[in-house]
Design a protein. Structure first.
Length: 257
């Protein structure tokens, strides 16, 4: 009887297969990868941990999902994906009306909305973003309420207990919420613990939560939980609202724009 030789993949080859599957399916499961790679689930789990340590994916129970691509530092984000963010900002403007109280987080998409506000609109803006406060300083009809606290230098926003308590004082009409990661099952997440805690307070203090997200951030996850995805009222993207990719969010009752 002829002996069948079993060919074992090198670890680097397994890594590439895992990343390819993740790019194709937007999530991978230990059991599925075990079958594809012909190794044990424990081996797959170790591979996923190594890839997660390298920042190439986000390890979750039973498998992995993608990290959000792109930089996290504010200075780098200002230059990243501006064409798509301007599309998002222009779409978001239609949600604004005179007399509203609006929370702006520290995202670069929210900053572009602040830059594009009509000169005759009257708003009260609550923010923890130094760049947004600076932009709105020039707007005669927008009152700016700034949340104090400790400066997170990588994002130019205030964070901490004082900042969180400040946002809890409001019942805003809208929160413009720059998204790092949205995943239908894992919720809305971010890469910084303290900033994510502030964002949670913003969400809980707002009647409508309008997420500003480029397509590449959908189906991804980061380390720190902010809120369930179905707590978002609207997701504004840079694409038409009838894309098949949006079906899962529409089924959750979220409006796509």
């Amino acid at each position: 009887m002829q002996k069948v030789e079993r060919i074992t993949m090198l670890k680097e080859e397994r890594f590439q297969v895992i990343l390819n599957q993740l790019g194709q399916d937007q999530k991978v499961l230990l059991s599925g990868l075990s079958n594809i790679l012909k190794v044990s689930e424990d081996t797959v789990r170790r591979d996923i941990k190594e890839l997660a340590d390298q920042g190439l994916l986000k390890s979750v129970r039973g498998g992995a999902v993608p990290h959000a691509p792109g930089p996290h530092n504010f200075k780098e984000r200002v230059e990243y994906g501006n064409e798509q963010k301007r599309v998002i900002a222009n779409k978001a403007l239609k949600f604004l009306r005179d007399g509203q109280v609006v929370i702006f987080d520290g995202g670069t998409s929210a900053m572009l909305i602040a830059q594009a506000l009509p000169k005759d609109i009257r708003l009260t803006v609550v923010t923890n973003s130094f760049p947004i406060a600076s932009i709105l300083e020039e707007h005669d009809k927008v009152e700016v309420l700034f949340a104090g606290g400790r400066l997170l230098k990588s994002s130019f926003v205030t964070i901490g207990h004082e900042t969180i308590q400040y946002f809890k004082k409001f019942r805003a009409d809208i929160c413009f919420f720059g998204i790092c990661s949205i995943h239908a099952e894992l919720g809305v997440t971010g890469p910084d613990y303290e900033e994510s805690e502030v964002k949670r307070a913003m969400v809980e203090s707002s009647r409508e939560v309008i997420a500003l997200s480029t397509m590449e951030k959908l189906g991804t996850a980061e380390a720190y939980y902010i809120c369930p995805t179905n707590q978002l009222t609207t997701i504004v993207t840079d694409q038409p609202d009838d894309m098949i990719d949006f079906k899962i969010y529409k089924e959750m009752g979220i409006r796509m724009a």
